[in-house]
Ligand binder design. Sequence first.
Ligand code: PFF
Length: 456
Amino acid sequence: MSSTTSVHGMWSSRLAFILAATGSAVGLGNIWRFPYTAGEYGGGAFVLVYLICVAGIGIPIMMAEIMLGRRGRQSPINTMKSLAREEGSSPFWQLLGWMGIVSGFLILSFYSVIAGWTLAYVFRAAGGLFTGAEAQMARAMFEALVSDPERLLAWHTIFMIMTGLVVARGVASGLERAVRWLMPALFLLLVVMVFYAAQAGDFTGGFSYMFSPDFARLGSRFGEAVLSAMGQAFFSLSLGMGAIMIYGSYLNSRASIGQNAIIIASMDTLVALLAGLAIFPIVLANGLEAGAGPGLIFQTLPIAFGQMPFGGLFGTVFFVLLVFAAWTSAISLLEPMTAWLVENRGFSRPRAAALGAIAVWLLGIACLLSLNLWSNVTVLGKGFLDLFDYVTANILLPLGGVCIAIFAGWIMRRVSSVDELALGERSFGYRTWLALVRFVAPACVILVFLNAIGLI
Ligand code: PFF
């Protein structure tokens, strides 16, 4: 029988879990990564595949991940080890937890660098540097930042310290309060920006760019686009590395997993779509390049803020909120490795969090240098930051997600999953979930992988 509480603490309520998991899901992935990857693949077709992946693969895997976490009640590595034992399967399943730690490590190393850009932009907005910005100037401002390793290092360091401090204190305490006002505020500000984009940008153009799929335009990049859309779904929902699993391990045994997963995924998707609707109309109206890459929002939003009334104020508040959103996601990336160090190495929580944060910080330096001094150091044609971003989102997270789906659907006995999901074995909800984790999610991910490496 699994235990009913975790040694690392518990959420005070179901709402606390929803807030924390939404805090993990909503972050740079929605506001920075979604628009720029959608832009790289020409909009509509990418967005459509993304939405299908969220609904058909993301939600069922999120349910599986919460379920495994809640049943195991430990760090993902030990959760997988004890669940495999409980279900009479191989201890090799703990490798899934290890893979998650590696993914979290790689993601956080570049995530913190990008969060550093966001921190830097708070001060640029507050200092009035966006006033009257046009395309040329916004680009120059962005390039000045990313080409300066010292500044990047300073911001990256500050962000990692912020993240380490919260994890050192234990995630249950501060997170709930922070996310409770953060989410509504971020949502509201995005709505304001969509209104601004509707009035000052090319809104119809931006809207149809996002919502009229044109698969023909993708041409030979079709497989690549589908892989990226699927990867974006995993990244944005924080799936496949144990972040949601560990948050599930702090959830009490009565809360409905299916309902929670749907709420979290819907909020996450809404934020991504709003971000797209705020950005693409401005991109089109200013003749910017939608496929500009990772700098997209940093070169687009200053133009909007520079021209709108009270833009300095809105800009500052926006980037502050984005820092918070990134922070609540980063915390969930550091938590699994911290919990493992506490469980297996007997470290105190502050020491475990510090060790994890320092290791990530070191790797982050390679990421930030890849933007300037090491720009000619490439592996598979990519610098470290791009490489870690690509490998985690497009390979490691989907792979982790599929293993979670397979474990939940095939290895776990039905009595266990029926018991956890509490939907009733014969219910439509349970049967749909089972079919999705058993067949649909694994088949889709494997087909997309095979296609991307050119085997089909
Ligand atoms: N979901 C976060 C975002 O969209 O910014 C990033 C992330 C957090 C990815 C946690 C993966 C993860 F496990």
